[in-house]
Design a protein around this ligand. Sequence first.
Ligand code: GCO
Ligand code: MG
Length: 402
Amino acid sequence: MSTIERAEVLVTSPGRTFVTLRITTSDGVVGLGDATLNGRELAVASYLRDHLVPLLIGRDPARIEDTWQYLYRGAYWRRGPVTMTAIAGVDTALWDIKGKVAGLPLYQLLGGRCRDGVLVYSHASGRDVPELLDDVERFLSLGYKAVRAQAAVPGIGGTYGIRKGAVYEPAATELPDEQSWDTEAYLGFAPRYLEAVRERFGFGFHLLHDVHHRLSPIEAARFGKDVEPSRLFWMEDPTPAEDQAAFRLIRRHTTTPIATGEVLTSIWDVQQLITEQLIDYVRTTVVHAGGITHLRRIVDLAALHQVRTGSHGATDLSPVSMAAAVHLDLAVPNFGIQEYMGHPPEAHEVFHGGPTLADGMLHPSEEPGLGVTYDDEAAARFPYRQRYLPVARRLDGSVHDW
Ligand code: GCO
Ligand code: MG
């Protein structure tokens, strides 16, 4: 029997930080799993290195479900981003190994293709409306069929989702950047620029918008009603995601589709959202929701209730996660859309291979497993740098959801 011989926790910061678990079997097969938790990444590195790696050595790499149950139930302490991201790293690496042993790309092990390619959306942003419109034009001319639009709210310093350099990275400072927030200013401004996007470019593509947990349920209801004429593909995280029952109120008032779940980590955290049909798209991911084994369970529950997938795919999900996401997206019947922001060029010096983009769709690698390799020499050129996500304060100085 082949056994797990080595499990290494690799931390590197090529443009931004990634935590990767690399498992090597006694037969010399190597599997990769992403275990990145932006701004709290070393907690996962320690969870893996100090608590999970000793449990993995000597185990049968083929027993993916059993390993998942062993690590989850065996911890006694349930759920939560650190635990679920660490388990995801192990689970993804074991699926990579299984694909390599079978000589098949991962999507074949998950049931094979359900579609020709994976529809993605990318991020257009601007410091003002003209800059946003230019950015939307850029993505449409690149062939994207779906674009998320965010513009900085005038008069408040800095907000989420606005790209500064070539690639958006919110965890950019050594200590958390303090940004300000004004709900009324946002509610007056955001619906107008979404209208401006539709006026200029029409309705022949999907338009998305991320509210980033900033509104109360009744404010989110007002926002959803207000943007109905712009026919959004979705409004994302209209209110903090952990309050599942709050989505009932939003639902009662608007037909704007709702997506949530990028910060949620288990089937229990999305159960009410899905079974009560309070959302249209579930944004849980391979990396933060316990790996392929657990995310597949969430996706199946969602399918029963006509909820589709719309997995998080920001720059903080490594190329390993993105590859895993695309294999799963290709193979599940209730796929909706995949977020895809790309990565800084340095990240591609460390991670080679992975999905390719053509006509607004991602296509997985046909290599066995995930199809991504890790370059140790390149990684050594990008030592770990600590960076934090920002925090937001209301105009009166009190802390708001970032
Ligand atoms: C998105 C997200 C991100 C997050 C980021 C936090 O929808 O893409 O909201 O951009 O802010 O992943 O690290
Ligand atoms: Mg988001």
